[in-house]
Design a protein around this ligand. Structure first.
Ligand code: NAI
Length: 413
């Protein structure tokens, strides 16, 4: 018999009970405050759309400094096991010590659960101040490979036995390796490149988006990023015939209507293109390190990290998390922006098929921002803004959900 609190995964589809248990890892710094502030609006959206028939039971799990303080590992095995069991989780940011200490919990989580796609939608919300003239022209979803590249943590500190041995071997291959160098290895595989590109193309097809852009630095790193491009194009040709085409296969010819166009950009040029002609892009698929830089650059273009949600998605497992960090400079002050967490929750709702609640949450969020009510990070040098606290903003979104429900409006659409 199906356990009625556990999300199942059958035939590559989530099967979601009406009252799923969903683990939450509040994390460090502002993580617990932004999650607490988001909860009323998430609950209100579910309630408004499903009238009590559906509800999420949040299961709080330790991770990060809070876990260490309880004498646990930064990412306890029991936390990992619970995510494996319940399949879909939401996570706040966790602190990573620089230059020593424990490894990034995010990196460990992504590797342990093989959450191979980092999915980051970036779009503009009316009312937010942006550094560019046409911020609404940018509306992209970034698929960043999440498990390998220089992020995989294969690093050798200068002067250690392993570094000395590896450097000596590289010198026998005639590579110039200074004696005072630390070493890192860039790993990009065919399987990981192809599953990422596959996920990005499927996403574009499912949502009727027209273009997937493979972003790489293959002109310089031919064996890794160049291979990413080649393998990505291969998977499109082999698995998406009739629904997606490679731009370079169609020199001078007309692209068949209704098909997703898969083109490519060199990573550095992409940073320019996103500023100069942002509306050309829909879905971006790229190796880990490029995706890291690109997602923050795109977020800045639409007004900052406070409004940028994210997800780490694998096979039958998904962990949703805001893109910002623990913001230690403002933690505990009640001023953090819960917007990214609210939008992250909306992504989670969409992922489990609760589309109406997801849209309702985004629409309410949009209305509150559009009415000039924001947290202080979005109000700098803007006397016209009504500044709200972290909980004040979360409550305003929840109230807007209720107001919309009462007036019979579900979304802005
Ligand atoms: P950060 O995102 O924590 O902060 C950068 C700046 O943005 C700070 O001025 C901060 O106050 C502000 N900020 C961030 N989120 C905000 C929000 N929701 N509302 C208002 N202002 C906000 O990045 P930083 O300083 O580089 O990293 C701090 C810590 O967070 C580090 O330990 C880092 O490893 C960790 N981190 C964790 C992430 C995760 O778990 N997903 C992601 C990024 C960083």
């Amino acid at each position: 018999m199906m356990n009625d609190s556990i999300i199942q995964y059958e035939n590559k589809q989530f099967v979601v009970p009406d009252r799923p248990t969903i683990p939450v890892l509040p994390g460090d710094g502002i993580g617990p405050e932004v999650f607490a502030a988001s909860r009323p609006s998430i609950a209100a959206a579910i309630d408004a759309c499903y009238g009590g028939r559906r509800k999420i039971d949040w299961l709080e799990l330790p991770a990060g400094v809070s876990a260490i303080q309880k004498g646990l590992l930064p990412l306890p095995e029991s936390t990992l096991d619970a995510i494996r069991k319940y399949r879909v989780a939401i996570k706040g940011p966790t602190m990573t010590p620089t230059g020593g200490g424990h490894r990034s919990i995010n990196v460990v989580l992504r590797q342990a659960l093989d959450l191979y796609s980092s999915v980051r939608p970036v779009r503009y919300f009316r009312g937010v101040k942006s550094p560019v003239r046409n911020p609404h022209a940018l509306d992209v979803v970034i698929f960043r490979e999440n498990t390998e590249d220089v992020y995989a943590g294969i690093e050798f500190e200068q002067g250690t036995d392993d570094e000395v041995e590896l450097a000596a071997w590289l010198r026998t291959k005639k590579f110039h390796v200074p004696f005072d160098a630390g070493l890192g290895i860039k790993v990009i595989s065919k399987v990981c490149s192809q599953r990422l590109v596959r996920a990005a193309v499927k996403y574009a097809i499912a949502r009727g988006l027209h273009r997937v852009t493979l972003v790489h630095k293959g002109n310089i790193m031919k064996a890794t990023e160049g291979a990413f491009l080649r393998w990505g194009q291969e998977v499109v040709r082999e698995e998406f015939a009739g629904s997606a085409v490679i731009a370079s296969d169609f020199h001078g010819a007309t692209i068949p209507p209704g098909q997703v166009l898969v083109d490519e950009r060199i990573a550095d040029a992409m940073f320019q293109d996103l500023i100069l002609s942002p509306s050309r892009f829909n879905v971006i698929a790229t190796p880990n390190i490029n995706g890291d830089y690109l997602s923050d650059a795109c977020a800045a273009q639409v007004g900052g990290l406070g409004v940028a949600p994210g997800a780490n998605i694998g096979e039958g497992l998904a962990v949703f998390e805001p893109t910002h960090g623990t913001a230690p400079d403002i933690a505990g002050k009640g001023i953090a922006n819960p917007g990214s967490m609210i939008l992250t929750a909306a992504m989670l709702l969409e992922h489990i098929g609760w589309i109406e609640a997801s849209r309702m949450l985004v629409a309410a969020f949009e209305t509150v921002l559009g009415s000039g009510r924001m947290t202080v990070d979005l109000a700098v040098d803007r006397p016209e803004i009504q500044v709200l606290s972290t909980t004040g903003f979360g409550d305003a979104v929840a109230d807007e959900v209720v107001r919309r429900h009462r007036s019979g409006r579900k979304t802005n659409a």
